[in-house]
Design a protein around this ligand. Sequence first.
Ligand code: GLC
Length: 689
Amino acid sequence: MIKRFTWGRPVETEAVVKREAGERKLSEVPYFSQVQTGDGRVSVLTYHMGEHDIIYGLGENIRGINKRGWVYESNCVDDPIHTEARRNLYASHNFFLVDGRERFGVFVDAPQKVTFDIGYTDRDRLAVTVDAGGFDLYILEGDSLRQMVREFRQIIGRSYIPPKWGFGYGQSRWGYENEDDIRQVVKRHRDNGVPLDSVYMDIDYMERFKDFTVDEEKFPKFPRFVEEMRAQNIHLVPIIDAGVKIEKGYSVYEEGVENGYFCKKEDGSEFVGGVWPGRCHFPDMLNDDARKWFGRKYKLLLDQGIDGFWNDMNEPALFYGEDYLTKAFEKLDEYRKQELNLHTFFGMKNLVLGLSNRKEDYESFYHEYKWERIRHDKVHNLYGYYMTRSAGEAFDELEPDKRILMFSRASYVGMHRYGGVWTGDNSSWWSHILMNLQMLPGLNMCGFLYTGADLGGFGCDTTEDLLLRWLELGIFTPLMRNHSAKGTREQEFYRFGHVEDFRGIIGLRYALVPYLYSEFVKAAMRDDMMFLPLAFVYPKDQEAAVVEDQLMVGESVMIAPVYRQNARGRYVYLPEDMKLYRFRSSEDVDIEVLRAGHHYVKAELNEVLVFVRPNHVVPLAGGGCCVADVDMSRLRLLHFVTDQAEYELYDDDGYGKKIDLESGITKVRVTVDGKVDAEGALEAEWTLF
Ligand code: GLC
């Protein structure tokens, strides 16, 4: 059951698509013992947590699956240093569940800054603080955690479903400069028998970092190159940034100014901020006309054969706001004349370090949203959502019959209907493998099913063992992309010695594509999660409730990746008996049944642990060099049948937008004596693994 409580006049975010009529007053809200509201001030809602209450959610943010013990902010920001000390990342996902003495869910629909103090100030207190302005508060009640998530997902609308090739492996690096760099990447994968479906094009493909342009010197005949890649089953996926370069004669800039599509300051002139291209204007993504206009620009690349994009810098990131930069230079001139001592040196340093993503800059420009002029900071967290919405709406119009790959860096609940997310500029740190895992359930709770991290780490230098271990988690995430920053150590698999290990692990991903795709589409269509904390599946198990480094993946599998340097195994908790498949490749595996309880499980650097639940099966295909090559005609079943197992395998053409779950499902039954029978759409030969 969901009830909405309203304070003031909230900005309509369009996070929720099914909204019951009638609204309740916030003063009537249950659970929260104290509600302080203020229109011009912040509002604070306080809940007293029981000693062992667990708080799930908040989507893309730092720290554990259980969010208790820290303070988090929803305030989309471009900051690449994701340490435990942070409070906010690129996204704003204001949904959480309380599980303990009482069980309920909370969604704070507010596009301004929101703070969640979950036992930070006081170990037992949960306080939600909403910055000045109105908001809607949704309170959910339900029989189980999973059921509450489903109900929430029903009101926020169906999750984005990517084309099937988006489940293939993608290689990316900020620094592939031209056609030949990309050809090399593809060739090295193909020559070594390591599957690959996509190569990402970072900002270097553009002409002076201008959106929707392609540098003709680096890519002289772009459509032909796109075709050449397609002939090898490779999809090129270009990046699109939020900032539009200010440059005379550049059509996107000219049209934007002419039609008033860019965000403006108080005096009516366009706001200027610096990002990769230098001085930029920012399309008013919240304005219907501007959004439509920006979305149609993707056509320039669709027309050249492109069928996937990643939207970046859409918090929106600001290296500097021009007005403040001018003042900062004046101040620097003053510093130049002074001796740099304790005060002046650090004053100068902080001035320069404080240029980016300044609060005051976000308070200096406006949007035209639903016939109202709204200052940016009041709707800050919607910008990335509306940029991706602009693309998503345009794709529906331009490509009504074809799914286009789309994922974004910044997001808000609601954007999950238009695209996925990648989790931004992480680092090549062991702790970030675990962070990647811990974010997945929270993201799924908010509808972000198509998601993944930069495998191997974006910032800093990776190592072969770190990359292998990270891939061993990454083979389960729908978006599986190796991406790294310019200036860091190159991290394509072929930069390292043990090609066979990479071939084995990435090959296993392709064997798992039928299962992963099936679980993904079913989760999307049934408003369910694909990655679940153990407690969502074993709610009565006290020990499962505190597991922070294992996940359920779909209905049949549990994963427990190794994420520590030099570890040759790890402790795993099994809530019930399970069958462990220890894979070195999709062909090379050893199998054992483990009893419920705690185990130390060995996993060498090249080994992936897949735990299969009792009376469940997992279809495994023969691999291929790309998703299109995955052989669906012969499927082998990982199985742990003590009684009888039934599995619904969903499959489709991988492109079509009209998805009919029922007609795409094949039901496979396995009996305890090993008999397999299947009925449904898929004609395949089934064998037990
Ligand atoms: C941002 C993105 C990163 C990209 C870089 C250059 O930092 O998060 O993925 O490589 O910009 O475009």
